[in-house]
Structure formats: C-alpha cells, structure tokens
Design a protein around this ligand. Structure first.
Ligand code: C2E
Ligand code: MG
Ligand code: MG
Length: 276
C-alpha cells in the first residue's frame, strides 16, 4: 500500500512543483578550482526531502522518470546558464540519465532543444550514464552516445568499475570522463591494494585520453592521494556536499574571488593545512 500512495503522490510531484535539484561541486585536482556541478534530484514531499533512491525506482517502473528527467535537464541548464552569467565562471553541469529515458525518449533531440531554449553552450553540459546501463544496452547506448556527442555535450560513465564493462568495448565508446565508483576510494590510502588500483585507473584514463573523476572523496587524505596521483577531478563530502541552488550560487560567487579557499589546493605536500 505504501508504494501505491507513493506512486499517486509521485504523479502529482511535477504539477505541484515538489521537485528540487541539489548541486554538488566537482573540483579540478590540478588547480583546486570548481570545474562543474552534478545535479541531484530531491522530492520535497510531506515536509520531508526524499532522496532519489526512495523514488527513482518507482518513477522508472511507471515511466514517470521521462517527464521528471526532462524537468531535471531543463532546470539544470537554466541554472547553469544563470550561474555562468552571474559568476563569469565557466561552470559545467552534469545531469544523470536513467536507462528508461534512453529507451523511451529521443534524448539527443531533447538535449538539443533544451540547450537552444536555455542558451547554454553544449560544452557546458555533461550527461552521466551508469556503466551497467551502457553494458546492458551496448549497441543502443553506443548509438545514442554518438548522437549526443555530435550535439556537442560531454559524456561521463557513472559508477565506473563495478558494472563489468570490457575495456575493449569502452575504448570504442565516445566517452569524455569515467567517474570511479566510490567503493574504490573508500579504503584509500589505508589499503595499499586499493590505492594501487586507483592509481592504475588514473593512469589508464590518461593513456586512453579520458578524464578520471573520483567520487566519494570524504577525507583530506583521499583528496591528497588523488592530487598526488594526477587524478583529473574529484567530488565528495569532504570537498562539498550536494546543496540547494542558493547555496551553490553563493559558493560559486565566493569561489570566483581570487583568494577564496579551495579545499584541494591545500592538500598534497602542504605542511600548514588550514582547518577543514
Ligand atoms: P550518483 O549519480 O552516483 O550520485 C552520487 C551520489 O553519491 C549522490 O547521492 C551524492 O549525494 C552521493 N555522494 C556524493 N559525495 C559523497 C561522499 O563523499 N560520500 C558518500 N557516501 N556519498 C556521496 P544521491 O543524491 O542520493 O543520488 C543517488 C543516485 O540517484 C545517484 O547516484 C543517481 O544514480 C540517482 N539520481 C540522482 N539524481 C538523479 C536524476 O536527476 N535522474 C536520474 N535518473 N537519477 C538520479
Ligand atoms: Mg551521477
Ligand atoms: Mg556515481
């Protein structure tokens, strides 16, 4: 019965304007500066903020994810355009796509339309597709990714490393970035085995000319490890939590100023680390 109630309420979430986006900053490891922001969906319902894991599966089963995903894409592009103008910062925004959207919607057409509507340059948009989806729908996925690439947006493979993709296949895909699943990072740098694996994946990314984004950076030690091993980008609670639009805008405006504190710039070899 719970699922039914949820399902009915979920149908109304869009028309009642109950969907929200939170944005989590992504940092360039070499410069310590913000490179992008991942848009993460929330549902403000019954006085609570419901996380995506609690309603996205239902939205996928019912097909509602198609309309919701379109809302997410449009909202993320509108905000990115606005923030780029206000801050002068060349922010990139990342939007998660569901397998159901790939199946049921003409994503390349939708993406070009939304970019045109909002005036956001294609290079400022990244689309994230989970590795397991790419593997499961390999032929279709490759076709859609190629079409999206020709629109000019970039493509990231999400939760990379746990979805059993073959490297031979990956090499053929038009992919700009691999987002290392956060399970890889969780015991870095304490576990020598995991640390070597992450270092090897970063090196592999460089050789294949795809960017590596480390997800789930929760400690200063993890951030320092990534900087030391030349990881391209990093994202995680230590660097910045997913936050409301107003808070993200404030962060970006502050960040644009010359001497604003940059969490990654203070890692590495510095011996006088400021408090976190
Ligand atoms: P994801 O795309 O892999 O997003 C990263 C998730 O990890 C987010 O959870 C984020 O809040 C969380 N996270 C970020 N940094 C850390 C960290 O340092 N430690 C830990 N433990 N977690 C961290 P969230 O927001 O609950 O989203 C969960 C999943 O829901 C996302 O995983 C994504 O697959 C899906 N999702 C979120 N928004 C959308 C959307 O608009 N559309 C679709 N189709 N899926 C979405
Ligand atoms: Mg993601
Ligand atoms: Mg992920």
């Amino acid at each position: 019965a719970d699922t039914l109630v949820l399902e009915n309420d979920l149908y109304k979430a869009l028309e009642r304007d109950e969907l929200r986006l939170h944005f989590q900053p992504q940092f360039d490891c070499a410069t310590g500066r913000i490179s992008g922001a991942e848009a993460l969906l929330r549902w403000e319902h019954g006085g609570k903020l419901i996380p995506p894991s609690d309603f996205i599966p239902v939205a996928e089963e019912t097909g509602l994810i198609v309309a919701m995903g379109e809302w997410v894409l449009r909202r993320a592009c509108v905000m990115a355009k606005q923030w780029r103008q206000r801050s002068g910062w060349p922010l990139r925004v990342a939007v998660n796509l569901s397998a159901v959207q790939l199946d049921q919607a003409d994503i390349p057409a939708l993406v070009s339309q939304v970019l045109k509507e909002t005036g956001l340059p294609p290079t400022a948009l990244e689309l994230e597709i989970t590795e397991s989806v790419v593997v499961r729908e390999s032929l279709r996925a490759a076709d859609i990714l190629t079409q999206l690439r020709s629109v000019g947006v970039s493509i990231a493979i999400d939760d990379f490393g746990v979805g059993y993709s073959s490297f031979a296949y990956l090499r053929e895909l038009p992919v700009d970035r691999l987002k290392l699943d956060r399970s890889f990072l969780s015991s870095v740098p304490d576990s020598p085995g995991d640390s070597r694996l992450v270092a090897a994946l970063i090196a592999m990314g460089h050789r294949l000319e795809v960017g590596i984004v480390a997800e789930g950076v929760e400690t200063k030690e993890q951030a320092a490890f990534l900087v030391a091993h030349g990881c391209d980008e990093a994202q995680g609670y230590y660097l910045g939590r997913p936050m409301k639009e107003e808070s993200f805008e404030a962060l970006l405006m502050e960040h644009g100023r010359e001497h604003a504190s940059k969490p990654l710039a203070h890692t590495g070899t510095s011996t006088t680390d400021p408090p976190p």
